[in-house]
Design a protein around this ligand. Structure first.
Ligand code: HXC
Ligand code: NAP
Length: 287
């Protein structure tokens, strides 16, 4: 339960794409622990079934349905099925994603399409289907999009993902304004490195690459899934009702480390600082 009461999300129906694994699963577990009814969806039905069964032992029943978010027909069927099962939907979490590291010039057009279709089109399809229904039903709701820090900065070697996540961030901010009059709220989370099997196997597959990733984080550690799940629970709860269009970064300071021009100076020792101080002070005195 962490910092929350068991009633934080009591009675809320939450659909999480990619909810059987990694960060999606951590959010599902947290939402269940604080009273929500949860539906999870992704491509692999076997993985969904196992996750739903395991989570149901501790909490309410967990609805699952396989869905490839790249297929509008499957998205329609999913939303229909969740509404039939629970009666309505209160929160949509767009968490499903695809990604891998590669120099951009090595990518085929099909590789580009694959990532854009899952991340940008998939998120747009679920958002559109749920949003249309909420507007028609005059129902308020919240959409939470899981992006990345490089949705804002861009990043080499994950360029289709960066372009797609930037699109999702634009979607978040655009609809925050357009759909607010309907009582529909948009929020996003930009996670830094959280070791999940899905991300690590594709983005950090060797100890050397993992070390590189870790070295960039000022707090010198990776994120704990529960930290992200707690943030998500707050953002979709009524306590965050005035947050709309915001993206919250949870990355141990990683992206700022890369951005600040002088942050590399953290490697300078105290003795070196003494020498440098002589030089920099002398300069000021000469002027
Ligand atoms: C270059 C690659 C590739 C790679 C696949 N392709 N992997 N190209 N390098 N490593 C190419 C294929 O050759 C093919 O193009 C095209 O991409 C589609 O590949 P398929 O395997 O047919 O696609 P599919 O089965 O649909 O699988 C999608 C996938 C896969 C994205 C490629 O990795 C997947 O299922 N991912 C889901 C989970 C995931 O990615 N989780 C990580 C999220 S982490 P050709 O032309 O050959 O046909 C994240 C942010 C992390 O998003 C930030 C970290 C700090
Ligand atoms: P993950 O476990 O691989 O999660 C991705 C999920 O998306 C899987 O459950 C996968 O299930 C589902 N998915 C993929 N393609 C799909 C499709 N076409 N249709 C429906 N579902 C699909 O990795 P994760 O690390 O937890 O990532 C979760 C989210 O966090 C993603 O949005 C990711 O970009 C973001 N993120 C993660 C990190 C990190 O460090 N872990 C950092 C920044 C952002 P199936 O394969 O069964 O479909």
């Amino acid at each position: 339960m962490g910092p929350f009461s068991a009633e934080l999300l009591k009675g809320k129906v939450i659909l999480i794409t990619g909810g059987a694994t990694g960060l999606g699963r951590a959010m599902a577990e947290k939402f269940l622990a604080v009273g929500a009814n949860v539906a999870i969806a992704s491509r692999n039905e076997r993985v969904l079934e196992r996750a739903a069964k395991e989570m149901s032992i501790e909490a309410n029943d967990v609805y699952y349905k396989s869905c490839d978010v790249r297929e509008p027909g499957q998205v329609f069927d999913l939303i229909d099925a969740v509404e039939k099962h629970y009666g309505h939907i209160d929160v949509l979490v767009n968490n499903a994603a695809g990604n891998f590291i590669s120099p951009t010039h090595r990518l085929s057009t099909r590789a580009v399409d694959t990532i854009l279709n899952i991340v940008l089109h998939g998120t747009f399809y679920t958002t559109l289907e749920v949003g249309k229904r909420w507007i028609e039903q005059r129902r308020a709701g919240t959409m939470l999009n899981i992006v990345t820090t490089y949705a804002s900065t861009g990043s080499g070697y994950v360029v289709p993902s960066a372009a797609a996540k930037a699109g999702v961030l634009a979607l978040t901010r655009s609809l925050a304004v357009e759909w607010a009059p309907y009582g529909i709220r948009q929020v996003a989370i930009a996670p830094g490195p959280f070791p999940t099997e899905g991300a690590w196997s594709r983005l950090s597959p060797t100890p050397e690459l993992e070390q590189k990733l870790l070295g960039r984080v000022p707090l010198k550690r990776v994120g704990d899934k529960e930290e992200l799940a707690n943030l998500a629970a707050f953002l979709v709860s009524d306590y965050a009702a005035y947050m709309n269009g915001e993206v919250v970064t949870i990355d141990g300071g990683e992206w700022l480390q890369g951005a600040g021009q002088f942050n590399g100076l953290s490697e300078i020792t105290e003795d070196q600082w003494d020498d440098l101080a002589k030089l920099t002070r002398k300069r000021t005195e000469q002027e």
